[in-house]
Design a protein around this ligand. Structure first.
Ligand SMILES: Cc1cc2nc3c(=O)[nH]c(=O)nc-3n(C[C@H](O)[C@H](O)[C@H](O)COP(=O)(O)OP(=O)(O)OC[C@H]3O[C@@H](n4cnc5c(N)ncnc54)[C@H](O)[C@@H]3O)c2cc1C
Length: 351
């Protein structure tokens, strides 16, 4: 598909529409070839050198997530967290290779408050992109970091070829009930967003809360604060998980009325474990509808039945969201892709 000294451009239609573009270097002639490419590709694509797992050098065209959202009819994305052990890390990369087959628009990797996972978050997004070819977004939180520390992390992400960051305040540190900003850091995610936007070319996501943020006195106050995150420079919004689509629809409509026009991506977590989902929803303030809580309660000790229920419920939620023409769906995977894979297979088989 090309001679020495040229690039091979592969255009592949993704399963949910849109195209994936990969450029494979036949040799290492970067300057002239990339100049030639600029005429063919959108400005936001950035060539990045990387290595395939088996060592062959390659070159991908990467893009900002907003560009992916524009190109695909529906952008599916998956969220992972940095695991603790080496063994779990190896397992995560196996999962990422499996996930790649589902052709997600991008994956994202969380960041533990205080920077506990800093190295791992950066390593995973870098390797997911350069070794597996998954467009990746790094989460970044203000907790425990001065501006200078945040700047260093952002520099490192940029050097690692990452183009997408979700700017977050973060939750209070373990043992603390209230978020305390670093004396030389930021108090709100809007400040981090403005800082990144003014200094870096990252595509910036921020968090939105269809049911209002847990610390906020009411939804309206929280959604006004979200409006300020967008005016501070956010390019798109990913929501907290929710189980009643009407909460999302009300939230989205309220944001549009405020003049927010950036894409709003619903966050979906397929339920896989009764106790776990009860704990999570309590922590993040998401509500489980009464009928769902009742039905789940009846099968809570039957792990398989809970998973089947969770997959069926998330499938119904996604179908309704897709019919509503959401630009994407962000899946909270908890590092296990099976339930999400089943939801996607259901959506594909049910058209
Ligand atoms: C998609 C997504 C990804 C996430 N990833 C992570 C992660 O990787 N690591 C992690 O630790 N946590 C993560 N979280 C959780 C998040 O850190 C918490 O929900 C945190 O409590 C709030 O973060 P934020 O960025 O929304 O903060 P902010 O937008 O700063 O909001 C925090 C609170 O302050 C209020 N507020 C905002 N601005 C103002 C203002 N100017 N004046 C007064 N009040 C204001 C808001 O209404 C809200 O109640 C994620 C959440 C989501 C939805």
């Amino acid at each position: 598909m090309g001679q020495k000294g040229s690039f091979c451009v592969l255009l592949k239609e993704g399963p949910f529409g849109g195209y994936r573009i990969r450029i494979t270097a036949i040799n290492h002639c970067v300057g002239g070839a990339s100049r030639g490419l600029k005429a063919k590709i959108p400005h936001s694509y950035v060539p990045v050198m990387g290595k395939r797992a088996h060592g062959e050098s390659w070159r991908t065209l990467v893009m900002k997530i907003t560009e992916i959202l524009r190109q695909r009819a529906l952008t599916v994305s998956f969220e992972f967290f940095p695991p603790k052990t080496e063994q779990e890390m190896a397992q995560l990369f196996e999962t990422l290779r499996e996930v790649k087959k589902l052709d997600p628009g991008y994956i994202s990797v969380t960041y533990a408050p205080g920077g506990e996972t800093k190295e791992k978050t950066i390593e995973i997004v870098r390797r997911a992109k350069s070794e597996i070819g998954l467009e990746s977004m790094a989460h970044l939180t203000c907790v425990g970091h001065s501006r200078e520390e945040l700047r260093k992390i952002l520099d490192e992400l940029k050097i690692s070829g990452i183009d997408n960051v979700i700017a977050l305040r973060g939750d209070p540190l373990k043992g603390q009930t209230k978020f305390t900003p670093h004396p030389e850091g930021f108090k709100y995610a809007s400040e981090l967003t403005a800082f990144i936007s003014a200094t870096y070319p990252f595509c910036i996501a921020v968090a939105g809360y269809p049911e209002g943020h847990i610390e906020s006195p009411d939804k309206e106050t929280d959604w006004n604060n979200l409006f300020h995150k967008v005016t501070a420079g956010a390019d798109f919004i990913i929501t907290q998980l929710f189980f009643a689509n009407r909460d999302f629809f009300t939230f989205e409509s309220a944001m549009r009325k405020k003049g927010v026009s950036v894409p709003i991506i619903p966050g979906i977590m397929p339920i896989t474990n009764y106790n776990q989902i009860m704990r999570f929803t309590q922590m993040c303030g998401a509500k489980i509808p009464e009928d769902v809580a009742r039905e789940l309660g009846q099968i809570r000790d039957d792990q398989e039945a809970v998973q089947d229920y969770g997959v069926a419920y998330a499938t119904r939620q996604c179908k309704q969201l897709i019919a509503h023409h959401v630009p994407g769906i962000h899946f909270y995977t908890l590092n296990k892709s099976k339930a999400t894979r089943r939801v996607i297979e259901n959506l594909r088989s049910q058209g």
